[in-house]
Each structure stands twice: as structure tokens, then as C-alpha cells.
Design a protein around this ligand. Sequence first.
Ligand code: ASP
Ligand code: MG
Length: 403
Amino acid sequence: MLIVQKFGGTSVGDLERIQNVANRVVETKKAGNNVVVVVSAMSGETNKLVAYAEHFSKNPSRGEMDMLLSSGERVTASLLAIALCEMGYDAVSMSGRRAGIVTDNIHTKARIEEIDPAAMNKAIKEGKIVVVAGFQGVSQDGNVTTLGRGGSDLSAVAIAGALRADLCEIYTDVSGIFTTDPRIEPKAKKLNKISYEEMLELASLGAKVLQNRSVELAKKLNVNLVTRTSFSNEEGTLITKEENIMEKPLVSGIALDKNQARISLMGVKDRPGIASDIFNKLAEAEVNIDMIIQNIGQDGTANIDFTVAVGDLFDAKAVVDLFVESGDIREESYDENICKVSIVGVGMKSHTGVAAKAFATMAAENININMISTSEIKVSMVIAEKYAELAVRSLHSAYELDK
Ligand code: ASP
Ligand code: MG
């Protein structure tokens, strides 16, 4: 097999851990696989470099930041290659450029445009272990670029896609994806497999483990992703195509998003185009809308409720204020003390009663549901934030995720 192994900052946090990574890579190689390793900077290193730059300037050029920040990953890559050679294995480290990772020229948040895997393939053919510095590439005009913070996951997935690797393993300090946040529900179980779609919906569970952009790319390139810990041999969670999951659980996990606020618009003039006006203005202000509910009000008006990320609330208010001033909206109100609880599972597609069970569970706990939205594989409910943990735990047991 050809396996891409990506090690995050904590996994390469000090020299001893880099040695542990080298040992693991050697085991994988000894088992008869070809290995391409992608590494992050040692933990804290990128932040340290950012702080160095800020010592000289509040607003350093983004091109210089890329030169600076990309060095962190190159340090780890070369140290790991040196450790591997010392163990008697033929290893070679490569910068993003050498690995053929071509990006656009948006410094500090470049997108990968293509990968020319020739150099990596040649080295693999020669039996070498290839170690690539993550998080970086080169623009068409030859400048070093970086892919945005946390971008080395993206490097790994893109490389796995370009090399048609059998597996892309992402090593972090957590052992995989759980049915819910174990800090809320200690009975949460690690999932063996989960589909790309479910993983994207469970972002609030996986965000600390995997960047959403990487999951989206893995889905697009059809890369089998595994997240696992580098601190033990415990197996992780496979993120793959739905077709590869034989036994489809009704519900795979419960996600919680506390970073939500509700905006209520009362007495909205009921005329064609009003919703379009309001939400266009919100879009222009780059406010991301999640759920929207419109109710019939009285006297030719309607009430519209919607949710935004807490961080967007200020911008959203500014937009809504304008409509209140012009008389198109009678009254506005806000509630930051809400949260969104979601149940996610591909099995929902072919079963009835999944949403009804969620509502019954909330009713049994006397939790009022403010808003509901559904998709093929998800039911989301907005409730008061003080019930967040209770809701997660009761849903977790209602769908027997602790079994
Ligand atoms: N070192 C970079 C960062 O800290 C990239 C990464 O670790 O994925 O953002
Ligand atoms: Mg990282």
C-alpha cells in the first residue's frame, strides 16, 4: 500500500516525539508499505514566528509572512528525514515547492491549484521515504505560499489524492471522532467509520481534529482518511464514502454549536422582495445565515427569525437597524443565549421517525424547541443555551449511542 501519514504539531512537539514519529514511520515501511510523511511545525512554532514578525511590524507583508511561517514545517521535515536516515532508512525531505504543490498567489491563505507529483513518485520508486513540509506550496510565479492556519491537513489530503494513495492517516493528540464531545457525555464512543457527509455535518465535533476544508477535499478526491492518535496504537476513525460503510447507523453522532445567536424580526412588511432585500444586505455584509423561519404575523406583516454565528451578530444588527429605520421592520430582538443541537446520520435517509424521537426527547426533558431545520442526514434544533449539555446527553442515550 501507499500510505500518507500526516503528523500535527503536538505529535512532533519535541525531539523525542519526532523520534517516536520516525519509529512509527519505520514500522509502516517495514510492514511493506510505501510511506509519504507530511509534517506540521513543532507545536507553538508557527505562533512564535508570528510573534517574531509582530515585534517588527503590526502589518508585515503577507509574502514575507509566508517565507517566515513556511520555515517551521521545513525544520520538522528535515529533522524527521535525518532521524529516519540515522535508523538506516533512505529518507528525503521536500519543501512544498519540491513536492510540486502549486497554489494561487493569495499569500497566507493560498489554494492548491495542482500537484506535480513527479519528484515524490521518483523518490518513492527509489524506495525512499518521502517527508514533505506541510502547509505550503509555490505560486505560478515562483513565490512561497502558505495554505492558511492548520493547512498541513490540507497538504496531506491533496498529496494523497495526487499520489492516489490507499490511505491518508492524520495523526493528532485525539484518538478519533466520537459520537459526541466526551467532555459533555463521558459515555461517548469512538466511531470506527463515518461518511464524509456526516463528518462535515458533525464539524463541531471534528473541528479540533480535522479542518473542514480537508474533509471537503478528501471527499472530492475520494481519499480515505483516518484520524488517530500518535501517542498509542489505538485504531482511529475512518472517514470514507458512504458506499464503503456497510452497516449504516440511524444516527452517528450528536453535535453541539454554542456559537449561535438568534435574531427576531417582528412586523416585517409582507411584500414580495422583502426577504430578498434583507438577506441580500446581510450577504453583502458577509453575515453567514444558518436557519431561517418565517411566520405569518398580523395586519399584513410577518415575523422572521434567523440564526447567525455570534461573531457576526454585530454586523447583522447594523443591517437590520437600517430596515427598522426605514419602517420595513417594526421591531428587532436578539438572543445570544441559544445553541444548536444536531443529530446526524446517513441512516436517516431511509428511516422515518428519527426527527419525532428527537422532539419527544426534548419534550421529556421539558426543553422548549425554538427553531427546527432538517436536511437528508441531519435534524437541528435551536434551544436555550442553559439546556445544551442536558439535550446532548439525553439525545445521546435516546439514540443508544452509548451502547
Ligand atoms: N503550522 C501551521 C499552523 O500552525 C499549519 C498546521 O499546523 O497545520 O497553522
Ligand atoms: Mg494543526
